[in-house]
Write a protein that binds this ligand. Structure first.
Ligand SMILES: Nc1ncnc2c1ncn2[C@@H]1O[C@H](COP(=O)(O)OP(=O)(O)OP(=O)(O)O)[C@@H](O)[C@H]1O
Length: 605
């Protein structure tokens, strides 16, 4: 079980993990990696076999040279027996060719493996983040999600595409070389093992330090992306409030920090590289000296000495590369840690295991003893009960922050209450299949988001199988047909292309048409009439009348004129309903709504 301090995306911005936390994160990354690789076990085994065999063949070289010099050559010189020399040359050539061929095959196989893993991971991140509840998206900014899907995946791709080959081959080469050295001359092998102690300490120091550095580097680079994405998505507000200078400063500060972190990382190589060279040279000198003494003594052969020196050189050769690719390994590891965190998050509004069937809904909505707060300590709806009979049109008014949108989000099941139930036709929303829920309850918000595609595509989102006639009928019903017809390509106009750009009010009408076509039993309009311009007030009323006919409706309205079409008005304050009556009765009374209404009427004069 991952400790709660690093569960999911918690603790993601830290780089000072405790031992237990680090262990848990590592375990989570490994589990993810295994889940990605295990379906490809066959390919993995084949890839591993090719790299093991090809490396073993490459390591044979110096031993063959030693045999050539110490055995085959003297036989040719002394007895004119050329067979061993020819034999060893042929074997040398054959192992070279086979080793090269296998390496080629390994590269192809490993590419196939890594591309499959990457595709799986990419799809998983997309699917999973899309499935996560609104609560997650409201607290985890889009910039961070983007960096998971882009820069993190890119780091993993870099490692898998190039670094891993080098890393695996280098590490295997080192191990095989050590074994071969022991077989050729155990005394030189012993020297290498003794020198292996400072080598191990150096590599371990580098690994730990660079791991810390890379974690920090990823945290800062994610902040850079978040800052960039937030600035660009809010570019209108940035310009309107002249926030450019402050943004420049903030971005500059994070950039400077990023540079600092990366500089520190590079400095680690300034210790590692000379350290490796020094250790290699000392080992080589000791092996050479000790070997030479034994050659003089007549207890060691010159060919074996040459092989021992070659092995020592070969042993240290790839270490530099291994260290370099530890770099991309670290970076990919840090990325995998974050990605596995996102994938560990689970939807806070889970789908029911055994959903209750609700083919057709009447639209009876009920809140019973509901308690809700976004974070545990602050209640937004302390104790809320409300019965909305099927077909009723409710207007919800109240001071800002009273909890009106929260109510709408609970009916749409973007969130679940912490106590009590929200039900549709007597069925707890938690027991409904998401498909039934989405078919029965539709929310239209002020944003009225349009997806890339044509106007018709955007309306058809409410009913994907709709015909063009149905789409047009829906647009006519809400009064959107005229302006759509006037667009350059009518219903086929691409909303993202030049000329296809529509105004905020037009977008709203398109989303009304979309909702009309979806024909839900319950419709929620959250400030949805706010962007419609005043001259078409009459039109709005007509559009709303058509849109709301024969269904339950919950309208959150600042515009008091919309309230007139409601059967019932609820006035909310601090998460409670303080007035609940027909608009007529409320206006005639002396309560809060009567005051609001009087003030509004005065403002019209
Ligand atoms: N995602 C969120 N996380 C934490 N708190 C939130 C979140 N959304 C809203 N709140 C808080 O919940 C309270 C009720 O917000 P809500 O949006 O429901 O009010 P509202 O009545 O719709 O207000 P308005 O008329 O201004 O839209 C507010 O105090 C707000 O700060």
């Amino acid at each position: 079980m991952t400790p709660s301090s690093v569960q999911g995306t918690a603790g993601e911005d830290r780089s000072d993990y405790t031992k237990d936390e680090s262990k848990a994160i590592r375990r989570r990354s490994l589990t993810l990696l295994w889940s990605l690789v295990s379906p490809l076990r066959g390919l993995l085994i084949l890839t591993a076999a090719t790299v093991v065999i090809s490396t073993a063949l490459r390591v044979l070289g110096p031993a063959l040279i030693a045999y050539g010099i110490d055995t085959a050559l003297p036989r040719a010189v002394e007895f004119a027996d050329w067979m061993p020399a020819i034999g060893v040359t042929v074997v040398y050539l054959l192992t070279g060719v086979a080793g090269a061929g296998l390496i080629g095959w390994y590269v192809v196989l490993s590419a196939r493996l890594t591309q499959a893993v990457l595709m799986d991971l990419r799809t998983r991140i997309f699917r999973h983040t899309q499935r996560l509840s609104l609560e997650f998206h409201e607290k985890y900014t889009s910039g961070r999600i983007i960096s998971r899907q882009t820069s993190d995946l890119e780091s993993i791709r870099e490692l898998l595409d190039g670094g891993l080959n080098q890393l695996v081959q280098g590490a295997l080469y080192g191990v095989f070389t050590l074994v071969a050295l022991f077989l050729v001359d155990w005394q030189s092998g012993l020297v290498l093992v003794v020198m292996g102690i400072p080598l191990f300490l150096l590599m371990r120091w580098f690994y730990n330090e660079s791991q810390k550095g890379f974690r920090l580097s990823r945290v800062v680079s994610a902040r850079l992306i978040v800052q960039f994405v937030e600035t660009m998505t809010g570019i209108r507000a940035v310009k309107a409030f002249r926030k450019e200078k402050r943004n420049d400063e903030e971005f500059g500060e994070i950039s400077a920090e990023y540079r600092q972190v990366n500089l520190k990382l590079v400095k680690l190589y300034g210790v590692l590289d000379p350290g490796l060279i020094l250790l290699a040279n000392i080992t080589m000198a000791v092996v050479l000296l000790w070997g030479a003494l034994r050659v003089v003594d007549g207890t060691f052969m010159i060919g074996a000495l040459l092989a021992a020196v070659l092995y020592v050189r070969n042993f240290f050769g790839p270490l530099e590369e291994v260290a370099m690719f530890l770099n991309s390994y670290q970076s990919a590891n840090a990325a995998l840690e974050k990605v596995s965190g996102v994938l560990e998050e689970s939807p806070t509004v889970p789908d029911p295991d055994e959903p209750v069937d609700l083919w057709t809904s009447k639209g009876h909505v009920e809140f019973r003893d509901v308690e809700f707060g976004y974070s545990g300590d602050r209640m937004i709806l302390p104790d809320f009960s409300l019965d909305i009979p099927a077909g009723q049109t409710i207007a919800l008014v109240g001071t800002t922050g009273a909890g009106k949108s929260t109510l709408a989000k609970l009916v749409s099941r973007f969130y679940d209450p912490s106590a009590g139930t929200v039900s549709l036709d007597g069925v707890d929303l938690r027991s409904l299949h998401p498909k039934d829920l989405r078919r029965a309850i539709v929310m239209v918000t002020q944003e009225a988001y349009l997806f890339s595609g044509t106007v018709a595509d955007n309306i058809a989102l409410g009913k994907p199988e709709a015909t063009l006639d149905e789409i047009e009928a829906a647009a006519r019903a809400v009064g959107a047909h005229e302006f759509i017809e006037a667009l350059p390509d009518g219903y086929s106009t691409d909303v993202n292309k030049r000329g296809g750009r529509v105004s905020a009010g037009q977008r709203q009408l398109i989303s009304f048409a979309r909702a009309f076509l979806a024909d839900p039993a319950v419709l929620i309009l959250d400030e949805a009439t706010a962007s419609l311009d005043m001259p078409s007030e009459r039109q709005i009323q007509d559009a709303l009348q058509t849109l709301l006919a024969d269904r339950t409706a919950l309208i959150i309205a600042h515009r008091l004129s919309t309230v007139a079409i409601a059967d019932r008005v609820l006035v909310m304050e601090h998460g409670r309903i303080i007035e609940d009556d027909t608009p007529h009765n409320l206006i005639a009374g002396t309560g809060k709504f009567a005051q609001l209404h009087a003030a509004w009427r005065e403002s019209l004069v």
